[in-house]
Design a protein around this ligand. Structure first.
Ligand code: ZN
Length: 196
């Protein structure tokens, strides 16, 4: 197991389309193990193989909702809710950048596990957001392509303060509302492991 370098904004590989995985062998398992180590070190919630320079349809997602790490190989979104949530997200390949992105509230992903078995994965809220964000990476898309509004570090802090003041226990049924209650909030940053 090893920590791999995370590709950053501007690297052309982030715009390339990843290819399917056909061999569920040691090489894939090493990639998955290394991606987990890399994600843990970066304190992120999700990582796509392309972000460590490997153009394969592989993503891992580890949001803190008690369901643990999910390894998704050759994933496809097969269902998504009409209901959407707009929240601030970031990306390990775009350090210090934040943006409000509208995502489906719920998605169902069909993917293979590390043994090659097809499984269904349901995601709600942050996990749904994470699935969408990571699967976008496999198509060469990044969150800034869809962003409704970018936030600087200061603006994000202000938004969090405003939201907290407005209502801590907000249910966020209004999809126009931009969610951000914790810094750095959502994607690829686990709020529990960050300094604020
Ligand atoms: Zn990302």
């Amino acid at each position: 197991m090893a920590i791999r370098n995370i590709v950053k904004e501007g690297d052309p590989i982030l715009r390339k389309t990843s290819r399917p995985v056909f061999k569920f062998d040691e090489k894939l398992w090493t990639l998955l193990d290394d991606m987990k180590d890399t994600l843990d070190k970066a304190q992120g919630a999700g990582l796509a193989a392309v972000q460590v320079g490997v153009l394969r349809n592989v993503v891992i997602v580890d949001v803190d909702d008690g369901k643990g790490l999910m390894e998704l190989i050759n994933p496809k979104i097969i269902e998504k809710s009409k209901e959407t949530i707009t929240a601030v997200e970031g990306c390990l390949s775009f350090p210090g950048k934040w943006g409000a992105v509208k995502r489906p509230a719920t998605v169902v992903v069909r993917a293979q596990n590390r043994e090659g078995k097809w499984c269904l994965y349901k995601g709600e809220g942050l996990r749904a957001r994470c699935f969408c964000h990571e699967l976008d990476h496999l198509k060469g898309h990044v969150f800034t392509d869809y962003v409704l509004k970018m936030y600087s570090e200061e603006e994000l802090n202000q938004l969090i303060e405003d939201n907290k003041r407005r209502e801590l226990s907000i249910q966020s049924e209004n999809s126009d509302q931009v969610e951000a209650f914790e810094k750095p909030n959502v994607l690829e940053n686990n709020p529990e492991n960050t300094e604020n």
